[in-house]
Design a protein around this ligand. Sequence first.
Ligand SMILES: Cc1cc2nc3c(=O)[nH]c(=O)nc-3n(C[C@H](O)[C@H](O)[C@H](O)COP(=O)(O)OP(=O)(O)OC[C@H]3O[C@@H](n4cnc5c(N)ncnc54)[C@H](O)[C@@H]3O)c2cc1C
Length: 287
Amino acid sequence: MQVNEYHKPNSLDEAITLLRRTTPRTAILAGGTWLNGEAPRDIEAVVDIGGLGLNQIIRQSSPPLMRLGATATLQVLIESLRDVPGLDVLAITAHAMAARNIRNQATLGGAIVTADSSSPLVTALLACDAELVIQADEEHTVTLSGFLAYRQRMLVEGILITEIRVPIPSTNTRAVYQRVARTPRDYPIVCAVARCAMNNGIAGNVRVACGGVASTPIRLNAIEFALEKKLVAEHLDQAIHSAIGALTPQGDWLGSGEYRKETARVLVQRALAEAAGLPMRAGKHSV
Ligand SMILES: Cc1cc2nc3c(=O)[nH]c(=O)nc-3n(C[C@H](O)[C@H](O)[C@H](O)COP(=O)(O)OP(=O)(O)OC[C@H]3O[C@@H](n4cnc5c(N)ncnc54)[C@H](O)[C@@H]3O)c2cc1C
């Protein structure tokens, strides 16, 4: 890198002023695990956001919300969320992101900005209805899906993510992460997160997200609509069949488009069945 300016502001205003400059070309430095190796070679200045106090994890009671600071590390996320019903899936997927040395340094904001197609944590954040608080000219809140759709444009505009907000679901909500990878500890090729609250076999607040089937993780809204307030055991297969049929994943060296689609179907089925407390169908859906 050609970096010849390093700034570590203590206030948000100072950080925003530095980030708004058109020259020199400036990047946000969070944990630095991606930036140090992958940053474009023409970055000349970095603004280290580690002094802004954006690493807090706050449990808000009204409305029930977890407010996750953008510079909280993945390891802190694991330790803060593993005992929160319905949000423990964020701890499980943060653990699946990388080895501990990296998790101690990489931040939640950095993980969202650099999320690839099969990011386990971003897949789970989508299923948990995450919203981002961003600072551009003023403070805005955007849904994570909206951010992912316009990520390149928003980043060019120099936005700073300050906080990630995740509603705390009812205590009977269960969220399940499923994935397929080359080895038990490897990063996933395809992954799925399903979440619902069950009442006498009827699902409420159904959320389904899938990674590895598009350029970023995506929500599968069609399955959610098809199962909401329905007997899951009766409608599950049809809901999954239609929604997965509409996917058009690209193939790569890890798996063809057809493989990714079929794997997504199996993983979504497993995740939903487990979240809904249905018996697993041994053998029928092996991948
Ligand atoms: C050895 C090694 C192994 C790795 N293994 C994995 C792996 O298995 N899986 C994986 O997913 N990743 C892996 N990574 C990549 C890296 O750890 C992740 O991309 C990480 O989540 C980035 O977070 P960070 O805080 O370090 O971000 P940084 O490197 O500091 O920044 C990354 C990008 O995000 C921007 N950014 C950061 N925070 C904000 C914010 N709050 N607002 C706006 N923009 C922001 C930065 O400007 C930069 O463009 C690995 C990296 C290394 C060095």
